[in-house]
Design a binder for this molecule. Structure first.
Ligand SMILES: Nc1ncnc2c1ncn2[C@@H]1O[C@H](COP(=O)(O)OP(=O)(O)OP(=O)(O)O)[C@@H](O)[C@H]1O
Ligand SMILES: [Mg+2]
Length: 309
């Protein structure tokens, strides 16, 4: 057993959306995982697998259909006291894919970053607020001159730095990064990921890093959960997922990553995964444990087959 206490624990979380009288989308259908303090947990899977819904349910944008979310030892799903609600609004922050869409275009960077601190009265006077904002701008590689500009005056990568600054100025324990770098050029992606890693080393921040691009997830995550159609089909350390994938869905995701070496890339075969054709029903699977950290969702038959393949 892992002796560390998790910062976040998601227990059998379900988030179903009723679309019509007859039809319900099971966006998240019974997932469980833990994230330990100071680590990065990567959540990967193709579009529509339920990654964003998971993040939103954790940060209380949705009320879960069932299951529990425990943060810092406290149950946070369901009703909360005003005090707990307030603490959460500082301790848990989200960074989004498209910063332009969530940064108010009429507000200067200073006010965008200050907003959370103002709402929660997290400074004594104007000097302290100025200091906090200048410090965080510098931390994300911007300068205090940038504070007086508007979001449209920045590049995509810089805007994402503003988004990170806005989240980090609250000194959160957990940051949920939902496709935070997906919209950026590959070279800029690496810069932003490096920035996030440096900040984590310095401040001990914990990340839930959501992405469909596995190459960056590999670089930043300690552990990875592979999600498909509302289920976590495989979970393990980054090494276990990349070196010893068991689930055919994980294998297909890995086979889709382009190889940087053109000679190897030419020989790469992208594996096709069709769960219905293969007769896989996630609701019939149970979690099989390969190591203390590596689990796969499968029926006994499937597990035997995949394990020996
Ligand atoms: N508010 C909602 N109401 C109804 N259905 C929803 C809602 N939010 C998400 N869904 C559905 O739930 C499923 C999972 O969506 P979600 O956005 O969580 O996927 P995702 O893994 O984040 O995908 P992407 O990689 O495209 O961001 C999809 O089928 C989506 O259409
Ligand atoms: Mg999403």
């Amino acid at each position: 057993m892992d002796e560390r206490t998790p910062l976040l624990e998601v227990k059998d979380l379900r988030q179903h959306f009723k679309i019509s009288r007859k039809y319900t989308t099971k966006a998240v259908d019974g997932i469980s995982f833990k994230i330990y303090e100071g680590e990065t947990f990567g959540l990967v899977g193709e579009s529509g697998s339920g990654k964003s819904t998971t993040g939103r349910s954790i940060i209380r944008l949705y009320n879960p259909t069932s299951g529990e979310v425990i943060f810092d030892g406290k149950k946070i799903s369901g009703k909360l006291s005003a005090q707990d609600e307030k603490e959460l609004r500082t301790n848990m922050q989200m960074i989004f894919q498209d910063p332009m869409a969530c940064l108010n275009p009429r507000k200067k960077v200073y006010d965008i970053i200050a907003q959370g601190l103002e709402i929660n009265h997290l400074y004594k006077n104007k000097e302290e607020l100025d200091e906090k904002i200048n410090k965080i701008l510098e931390r994300v590689g911007l300068s205090k001159e940038h504070a007086t500009r508007f979001p449209h005056q920045f590049s995509g990568g810089q805007r994402q730095r503003i988004g990170i600054a806005r989240a980090l100025v609250m000194n959160p324990k957990l940051v949920i990064a939902d496709e935070a770098i997906s919209a950026l050029d590959v070279s800029i992606q690496a810069q932003v990921v490096n920035l996030m890693k440096d900040i984590q080393e310095e401040l001990g921040t914990t990340y839930l890093f959501i992405a469909h691009d596995l190459s960056m997830v590999k670089y930043i995550s300690n552990r990875i959960g592979v999600m498909h159609l509302g289920h976590i089909v495989e979970m393990g350390t980054t090494d276990e997922i990349f070196q010893n994938p068991i689930h055919p869905y994980t294998k297909s995701l890995l086979s889709a990553i382009p190889h940087p070496n053109p000679v190897v890339e030419k020989k790469r075969i992208a594996l096709v995964y069709d769960k219905d054709k293969e007769g896989i029903d996630y609701t019939k699977g149970v979690y099989h444990q390969l190591t203390e950290t590596h689990t796969v969702l499968a029926t006994n038959d499937e597990f035997t087959r995949w394990y020996t393949q």
